[in-house]
Design a protein around this ligand. Structure first.
Ligand SMILES: C[S@@+](CC[C@H](N)C(=O)[O-])C[C@H]1O[C@@H](n2cnc3c(N)ncnc32)[C@H](O)[C@@H]1O
Length: 235
């Protein structure tokens, strides 16, 4: 049977987290046993239908040595320690998650990396700092539409002149994509905030989009996207 380590057992699982998270994703993010099971590269690969490595590498291409990075939420698997390794000891990684359990899991995988810190915070209220790169990986599809807007707006505000925000998430599949119906049903059953990713460009979710140059790349017939917002100006 899966053992729950003592440091995770003592965390208040459903303390001060947003209602949408409690109501929809307790099984995935607030239950210590499930979280331990899901926080695994193989499981992440299955959930993303084998696209995980491609998406992770597309995200990682945006980071380089010495950068300051804000990570909007914990991500299962190895993405976050890989970001920390990529920016190296001269960089700084400020990672957050609104759920104490998830912040603890993130902290544990960054243990010993002095360039990283993890705090419990809401991505729609990330604090005051400015960063070279702000990273938001598969968070938007898991929050209601008003939160999508609040998060994109708040994260864009944290991008330093010349810096960028990187969003990797779901996207509208091509019209004849053979898995379009499957994804629609999956979202209707399990991910109630995801379908609206099909109807909105990320650039239209945040205020002040005009201060940025936007690029978008799609993957797997349009099912996934990497959207990057480059703030005009120089670092
Ligand atoms: C990044 S998203 C989805 C990631 C993807 N399913 C994975 O892990 O591979 C999941 C995380 O977002 C966190 N989260 C949800 N709403 C948040 C918010 N408003 N601010 C910060 N973190 C949030 C959850 O607690 C969870 O740890």
């Amino acid at each position: 049977m899966l053992q729950i380590p003592d440091d995770l057992r003592s965390i208040p699982a459903v303390h001060a987290v947003p209602a949408y998270l409690k109501n929809t994703y307790t099984w995935a993010y607030l239950d210590p046993r499930n979280a331990r099971l899901l926080d695994n590269e193989t499981i992440v690969g299955i959930i993303l239908f084998g696209n995980h490595v491609r998406l992770r590498n597309a995200a990682l291409a945006e980071f380089s040595s010495g950068q300051s990075v804000l990570q909007a939420a914990h991500v299962y698997g190895t993405l976050i320690p890989e970001i920390a390794r990529r920016i190296g000891p001269k960089g700084s990684l400020d990672a957050m998650d609104v759920a104490p359990l998830q912040a603890a899991l993130c902290r544990r995988k960054l243990w010993g990396m002095k360039q990283a810190r993890v705090r419990i915070a809401d991505a729609s209220k990330p604090g005051d700092g400015l960063y070279d790169v702000v990273s938001c990986y598969f968070l938007l599809h898991e929050v209601p539409d008003d939160m999508k807007q609040a998060i994109v707006t708040a994260l864009l505000q944290r991008v330093a002149p010349g810096g960028r925000a990187v969003f990797v998430d779901y996207h509208r599949p091509a019209r004849l994509h053979p898995m379009r119906g499957f994804y629609r049903k999956l979202f209707e059953r399990l991910e109630p905030f995801a379908l609206s990713m099909w109807d909105h460009e990320i650039r239209d979710l945040g205020a002040d989009a005009a201060a940025f140059e936007w690029t978008k790349e799609t993957f797997f017939g349009g099912v996934f996207q990497k959207t990057v917002a480059h703030r005009r100006g120089s670092i």
